[in-house]
Write a protein that binds this ligand. Structure first.
Ligand SMILES: [Zn+2]
Length: 332
């Protein structure tokens, strides 16, 4: 049988849906972005079908000749059933994806957690080529990860393994996470929650230092408006308090990384996510400096992903082309 040359990869977020038509080597030959249609739960699969058809028609690719459609999405999900269950960033109890898409396009469709997908993408197209033990960590709006151990991509019972953003890094539980529990890594160091950490520390340092900081000036003193970029931009300009807080966040990240290293014993940690990609030096330097204080295992190589913001899309394509169709988590 003729080798199916193309696949569709989908990165389904809370606001945006990104779709690519890719060849088997991971060259994205067409791409489209759209706001997620949240008019009802069935609208999302219909939107994916429409976008897949649109991209194929632009290149005169026969939809029925696709190797498959891979969908990377934030969970929670049930991978085998291809559904999202009470997804954190979509307002539905259940979103069926693979069955309606597969039925409509008559090609296989696969659902995979977006961070797990990004990890898979690293092995197929990114920093982890040839690695049998590595972890992908994303520091973005939230914090997540995906792990390959002894050449096996770990999924867990439903496909929700490595919710590493919810590892506890502060036993005093000073900040509450979006999940409702206290002291989680993501509650301190993710793009969404860095402002909470900064405001908490502002309560503890001298008021004079807060008032003198660039962060205070940037927000005109309204600290409820503070964002993660405000902190990193002020630090880049040499603002003393901002530099100190970036370092403190770095130490907390180092604890998170050490937990990952002690759990999975990887040879490589490849790091992505918007917070990392926009502030490579400020995020990675303190991790490099402090991770040894908490890790017991031999340290892995730690480097930024070469796949940028597209790591999940590469993983979705990899899932469709060469991986999940085998119905096994072992790499070929
Ligand atoms: Zn949490």
């Amino acid at each position: 049988m003729e080798k199916r040359e193309f696949a569709v990869g989908v990165d389904l977020g809370g606001t945006w849906i990104r779709v690519v038509l890719s060849d088997r080597k991971g060259n994205f030959i067409e791409r489209a972005n759209a706001k997620v249609n949240t008019s009802n739960a069935d609208a999302i699969s219909k939107q994916i079908v429409k976008l897949a058809r649109f991209l194929c028609s632009k290149r005169a690719v026969n939809v029925k000749a696709l190797a498959g459609v891979g969908i990377a999405s934030a969970g929670p999900l049930i991978q085998e059933e291809g559904v999202l269950i009470n997804p954190t960033n979509l307002p539905f109890e259940r979103v069926a994806l693979t069955k309606p898409i597969s039925k409509e396009l008559t090609v296989p469709a696969f659902l995979i957690n977006d961070c797990t997908a990004a990890a898979l993408g690293q092995r197929t197209f990114g920093a982890a080529k040839g690695f049998d033990n590595y972890v992908y960590v994303t520091i973005s709006t939230g914090i997540g990860g995906g792990a390959v151990v002894n050449g096996t991509l770990l999924f867990g019972k439903d496909g929700n393994a490595h919710e590493i953003g919810h590892l506890t890094i502060d036993c005093d539980g000073r900040l509450t996470c979006g999940c409702g529990k206290r002291g989680h890594w993501e509650a301190y160091c993710s793009g969404r929650n860095i402002p909470n950490f900064v405001r908490m520390r502002f309560e503890e340092v001298e008021e004079e230092d807060v008032r003198g900081s660039l962060m205070f000036m940037r927000t005109n003193g309204d600290l409820s408006k503070l964002t993660a970029p405000d902190l990193f931009d002020a630090a880049k300009k040499g603002d003393k308090l901002s530099l100190q807080l970036v370092e403190e966040i770095g130490v907390l990240n180092a604890i998170g990384f050490a937990n990952v290293i002690n759990t999975y014993d990887p040879s490589l940690i490849t790091v992505g996510g918007s917070v990392t990609l926009k502030n490579k030096e400020a995020v990675l330097s303190p991790i490099m400096a402090h991770v040894k204080d908490y890790a017991v295992n031999r340290l892995p190589e730690i480097r930024v992903t070469p796949l940028g913001e597209d790591a999940g899309l590469y993983g979705a394509v990899a899932a469709a082309i060469k991986y999940l169709p085998r119905r096994t988590s072992q790499f070929p």
